[in-house]
Design a protein around this ligand. Sequence first.
Ligand SMILES: Nc1ncnc2c1ncn2[C@@H]1O[C@H](COP(=O)(O)OP(=O)(O)O)[C@@H](O)[C@H]1O
Ligand SMILES: [Mg+2]
Length: 270
Amino acid sequence: MTTTAIANQKGGVAKTTSTQALGVALAERGRSVLLVDLDPQASLTWACGIDPDALEISIHDVLLRRLPAGDAVIELDPPTPRPAGGPTGRLDLLPSTIDLAGAELHLLTKTGREYVLRKALAGVADRYDRILLDCPPSLGILTINGLTAADEVLIPLQCESLGQRGVGQLLDTIADVRDYTNEHLRVRGAIATLFDRRTNLANEVVAQVREDYDIEVLEPFVPKSVRVAEAPALGRSVLAHAPSSKSAVAYRELAARLDEDARASQRSSA
Ligand SMILES: Nc1ncnc2c1ncn2[C@@H]1O[C@H](COP(=O)(O)OP(=O)(O)O)[C@@H](O)[C@H]1O
Ligand SMILES: [Mg+2]
């Protein structure tokens, strides 16, 4: 089981989109996946077709009232296996609600506040091959909880603007997390999103990030596409909405990479 945090304190860089698409793509491959919505804005919950306002139990109760995570988990429809005839995966969601906005303040006063999510997920970890954590757009206690609970981090980068200064701050935070709460946390790499091949900017952004921060930028890049932007309002991922779009294909290839990591680490520990 691998827990992957998708983090970047900048909003609108496709954290939520990438979390959902990678989760669906892994479930298409027959994996058991838990998506965790750590954002009080509950965009991932919405994008999975769940109305956060109608929920009685959410991650808020898990983090603040220490309810077992399993009690809040919602089973989503598993996607159609790929290739056809392959094993059916499993896709679950630990949903968020706006109540989580107050969690930052309450958590700050608790002993062990960085570890609450990690402890909660330990109770359900044996049900999954992969847990994906959709972090909020800040470096506050919720993101710290995500990084403390994770084995690795993926950093979505929006390829539309140069000067990704936020990446340095995020890497500093990751270094702190390693020092204090999670020494084995590794940076798996960046995902280049909202890639527009008509401009040259993306290649410059990617080159700059590789050089300035010495992190791997995974390939393929995820193209900007209206099909991706349409999907959340329909309550499904781009993989269901436009299965053969270039963006869906890119996310499937990235998911295959993550799956290959997991297999390689199983081999080396066997
Ligand atoms: N590849 C893409 N092409 C077009 N729109 C995208 C793409 N990826 C994300 N978006 C859109 O960009 C917006 C921000 O994405 P989102 O995943 O919510 O970012 P974050 O979680 O980092 O704030 C959303 O409206 C989403 O639908
Ligand atoms: Mg988001």
